[in-house]
Design a protein around this ligand. Structure first.
Ligand code: GLA
Length: 380
């Protein structure tokens, strides 16, 4: 656990409220090793939690009011105080909509108390690493913790999804919340979204001399406005035309209108790639997952069409420079890519990707090595 982050959230709370918080809760961002745009099709995903987290220092308030502040270094931003019994979708915009949406959904579960939340964090924003979900999950655990109520992690994940879909207005699936809540140190989480079944699969790339390099393209994406919703509706339409409950059950795209066929092909092949990756990891054949990552990228680029020039340059250049495989992660249209790199070529991959971005006139990318880290919890 990152005690510096916990302590600085508690310290920020003390500075703003002249008293210690009752507790500090935190939740990580995530990398999805493979299994993209499969979650809302009832399919398979394979994420791990990254070390970067959002911390929420919190205390109850007797007056039913929710106060929200974010602290970044010397900068504090405070949102309009909200009456928890009155907060409704559409009433809050910007970053405050995430914790407000969580308070709104918890109210429907009978958890209604006011609270003061002070938020800090280091998950890069708009980078496809789930910064907003980490804020929602940490807020949910804080409000739940203050209320003294218990809930299962899968219930919390579902509540956070409702907040995200119906309050924030982003039609996302269950991948990000579940990753933030249920991932564990040194493992990837093999999640079957349909059944809710989870398996923690050991993931120790370092033992194989490998690293997962995250390349943040700095192209900011919004799941509220992007083609995300359009893809999701396309999948729903395809499932309806195939007479299936969801594309999880699809075995062919034959007979579908031409514009839906590639969507279905992506979902079918991506679910297979997730299962194949898990199998290779179980057998300790780490190097062999590289081609599956690259095939996932090609499928997202050509069939699902959610990539962008920066993600394509990042993935292609990483491979040319010696990565075993590379792919965009998250919703797409910006955000981050990952590359599976032998440790000794990481520097070369970073250098060549930076060069390619400069040559193309793109903003310089940010890179870091992601290691599977702990999921959300109470830190203090
Ligand atoms: C975003 C969404 C997830 C998932 C991915 C694509 O991260 O929040 O629910 O659909 O995109 O795999």
């Amino acid at each position: 656990m990152n005690s510096t982050g916990t302590n600085s959230a508690a310290e920020a709370f003390r500075r703003l409220h002249d008293t210690a918080p009752v507790g500090v809760w935190s939740a990580p961002g995530r990398v999805n090793l493979i299994g993209e745009h499969t979650d809302y099709n009832d399919g398979f995903v394979l994420p791990f939690a990254i070390p970067q987290r959002t911390w929420v220092a919190a205390a109850s308030r007797e007056d039913g009011v929710l106060t929200l502040a974010t602290v970044e270094g010397d900068r504090t931003v405070t949102a309009e105080p909200l009456d928890v019994s009155e907060v409704e979708p559409g009433g809050v915009t910007g970053w405050a909509a995430y914790p407000a949406g969580v308070a709104w959904v918890l109210r429907q579960q009978g958890i209604t108390g006011g609270a003061a939340l002070v938020i800090t964090g280091d998950v890069p924003r708009g980078a496809g690493l789930s910064s907003s979900h980490s804020l929602e999950v940490a807020s949910a655990l804080a409000l739940l913790g203050l209320s003294g109520r218990n809930a299962s992690r899968s219930d919390v994940a579902k509540w956070v999804q409702v907040a995200e879909n119906d309050f924030v207005g982003a039609p996302t699936g269950l991948l990000d919340q579940t990753a933030s809540l249920c991932c564990t140190d040194a493992h990837v989480l093999f999640l079957d979204v349909r059944s809710g079944q989870q398996e923690q699969v050991p993931f120790d790339a370092a033992r194989h001399g490998l690293e997962v390099l995250v390349i943040d393209t700095r192209v900011s994406h919004s799941l509220v406005e992007s083609g995300y919703g359009e893809r999701r509706r396309g999948c729903e339409e395809a499932a309806r035309l195939l007479g299936l409950p969801s594309l999880r059950d699809a075995e062919t795209w034959d007979g579908l209108p031409a514009h839906l066929q590639p969507l279905v092909r992506h979902v079918i092949t991506e679910n297979r790639r997730v299962q194949d990756t898990v199998e290779l990891l179980r057998q300790d054949r780490y190097e062999e997952i590289g081609p599956l990552l690259s095939a996932s990228h090609a499928s997202l680029r050509d069939d699902y069409r959610v990539s962008c020039a920066e993600l394509d340059v990042a993935a292609a250049t990483a491979e040319e420079a010696g990565a075993l495989g590379a792919r965009m992660i998250g919703g797409g249209f910006g955000g981050s890519a990952i590359a599976l790199v032998p440790r000794e070529v990481r520097g070369e991959v970073e250098r060549r990707v930076a060069e390619a971005f400069a040559e193309n006139g793109f903003t310089a990318p940010r890179t870091f090595v992601a290691v599977p880290s702990a999921g959300a919890g109470r830190d203090l």
